[in-house]
Design a protein around this ligand. Structure first.
Ligand code: N01
Length: 535
């Protein structure tokens, strides 16, 4: 399977998830020598690591797939509305085999440093296996949510039972049958896994710092007819995805939540709730993400659902988010999450009332008492967007490190390239739509743009591309300005970096919409890469 590789590459790609695999495919198409370095033992990225019980994508199967190969679209058949992690991973493996990608991927190998040689105009890339290669271009396909983080609480090393992080789940699975289990964290990973963990554990205690908004996924097997309909007209759907705001086509609305009656509004929210998708309620009105009063109406609708579902009023209130507007932290889709708290053996500990103090030999200590466990699950999230990039010692022009450059928060041009770091590209990098979109759509857009760019540079005999400081500054200001026109910056979310102590508070995604963003990127390319200096 493996082949002998040259240590002089046209392009090095870091990461063999959905982004890295497609990038390898397109660069091969250009006839470039490209190689992928992957820390894991196999392909899959997010879907390789996040094997916790209940892990699924919250974008529907038929939309969460590559569009670049009509043959692939036709031959692959999804089975459920929302794909499970194993099904997505087998899809990714199928893609890797079908396009024979593995020979150019070096597994079990983490890139540790990358230094730009200004004279040779190429990168020196070094790995933890001691390999060193040169590459004219480096493309970071390192993922937005790939650096998992433990809770910032002392004593983790003292715990005598087992600890698992949802983002680094053992491949053989874990059986909690008969165990006393504590789960810390109630984001998407916690909310997806808790109902299943509750089926296994003898006692389950959920430690919640911030309650989240969650809606029932309404997952179900796909009908043959809907699969056939999609396969008959995939191109129309793909076009709509690319032109949409979030990479998922939705019905456009022109109404404010505040200009309709409460009954009409609640009927719209109920319809969104019944659809079981993330954008249905968010997209019901124009101002959900921009006007607090409008947002409150949607938030209150969801809180009323929590009260209807959870039998104990105190628990229902503790599970009801009130400290941030709906949608400004990533909402969740669940299967039986709130119902789980009606089970006798499940309890909720509200860490706002009784904060975590430390992890002890036997369990967890809060300001109120000690809890004893056999096992702990950390569903405590990630150092998002910048974590995986900053983890590599990346040195650009003048030996400046990326960590230094980003000490006040990430700065880039289009979220795809960074001034001072020539010939480096970041797929779904900070300040692109990335995590505010269907990642498949954003990944393909960036990969296609980078591929066209490299082809253009080759045709013109250009050896170096780098954004100008001025273009980067203008983009940073634009991202900030439109972010500030929304409610996003008001929340303590991982979008803002506020889940990692000491991380600069900056809104790290572009909320202008996938369609609009694509148009801007294409116009920049058409104007001979406006805002880039080409030499
Ligand atoms: O991580 P999170 P996640 N003490 O950061 C809590 C995507 N995803 O892995 O909110 C106590 O959302 C933290 O509390 P708080 C999706 O984009 C998608 O769940 O910071 N608690 C929070 O409750 C998602 O948004 C899918 O106050 C601590 C939780 O841990 C993103 O990945 C599935 C703590 C972390 O939630 C991340 O989701 C899974 C501490 N020291 C993930 N530190 C789907 O497609 C953290 N917490 C469905």
């Amino acid at each position: 399977m493996s082949k002998s590789h040259s240590n002089r590459l046209d392009a090095a790609i870091v990461g063999a998830g959905l982004a890295g695999l497609y990038q390898l495919y397109t660069l091969r198409g250009l006839g470039l020598s490209a190689r992928v370095f992957e820390a894991g033992a196999d392909v899959g990225g997010t879907w390789y690591w996040n094997r916790y019980p209940g892990a699924r994508c919250d974008v529907e199967s038929l939309s969460y797939s590559y569009s670049f190969s009509p043959e692939l679209e036709q031959e692959w058949t999804w089975t459920e509305k929302y794909p499970t992690q194993p099904e997505i991973l087998s899809y990714i493996n199928h893609v890797a085999d079908r396009f024979d990608l593995r020979p150019d991927i070096t597994f079990n190998t983490r890139v540790t440093s990358m230094v730009y040689d200004e004279t040779a105009k190429q990168w020196q890339v070094v790995t933890d296996t001691g390999e060193s290669v040169t590459a004219r271009f480096v493309i970071m396909a390192t993922g937005c949510l790939s650096m998992s983080k433990a809770p910032e609480v002392p004593g983790i090393e003292n715990f005598r039972g087992t600890i698992h992080h949802t983002g680094q789940w053992p491949h053989e699975g874990v059986d909690f049958t008969g165990k006393r289990l504590g789960v810390i964290g109630t984001g998407s990973s916690g909310i997806q896994s808790i109902p299943i963990l509750a089926e296994q554990a003898r006692e389950l205690t959920v430690f919640q710092r911030t309650p989240n908004f969650s809606m029932p996924a309404g997952n179900r097997p796909l009908e043959d007819s809907e699969i056939a309909d999609m396969k008959a007209d995939y191109r129309t759907w793909r076009k709509a995805q690319r032109e949409s705001a979030f990479g998922v086509p939705t019905q456009e609305t022109t109404q404010s939540a505040l200009e309709v009656s409460e009954a009409e509004r609640n009927a719209a929210y109920q319809a969104g709730w019944d659809k079981g998708n993330l954008v249905a309620i968010l997209g019901s009105y124009t101002d959900t993400l921009t006007d607090k009063a409008a947002n409150d109406t949607a938030a209150e609708f969801i809180r009323s659902k929590i009260r209807e579902t959870v039998a104990d009023p105190e628990t229902a209130e503790a599970l009801s988010p009130r400290s941030f507007p709906f949608g400004t932290k990533r909402p969740c889709l669940d299967t039986g999450y709130y119902e789980t708290f009606n089970k006798e053996h499940v309890r909720l500990v509200d860490l706002r009332e009784t904060p975590l103090v430390d992890i002890t030999e036997r369990g967890v200590r809060t300001s109120e008492r000690d809890y004893e466990f056999d096992s702990l699950v950390f569903a405590t999230g990630f150092d998002a967007m910048t974590g995986a990039l900053n983890a590599i010692d990346i040195r650009g022009k003048g030996g400046v490190t990326l960590t230094e450059k980003w000490s006040e928060g990430p700065r880039s041009y289009l979220g795809i390239a960074i001034a001072g770091f020539p010939n480096l590209f970041t797929i779904t990098g900070p300040s692109s739509p990335s995590v505010l979109s269907n990642m498949m759509v954003s990944i393909e857009q960036h990969v296609d743009w980078i591929t066209d760019c490299l082809s253009h540079l080759r045709e013109r005999g250009i050896v170096e591309i780098e954004p100008t400081d001025e273009a980067e500054q203008t983009w940073v200001e634009h991202v900030e300005e439109i972010g500030n026109a929304t409610l996003y910056p008001t929340a303590d979310s991982w979008y803002m970096g506020s889940n990692v102590p000491g991380k600069p508070r900056v809104f790290m995604a572009y909320i202008g919409g996938v369609g609009t963003y694509r148009q801007m990127c294409d116009e920049i390319a058409a104007k001979d890469y406006d805002g880039f200096s080409l030499t």
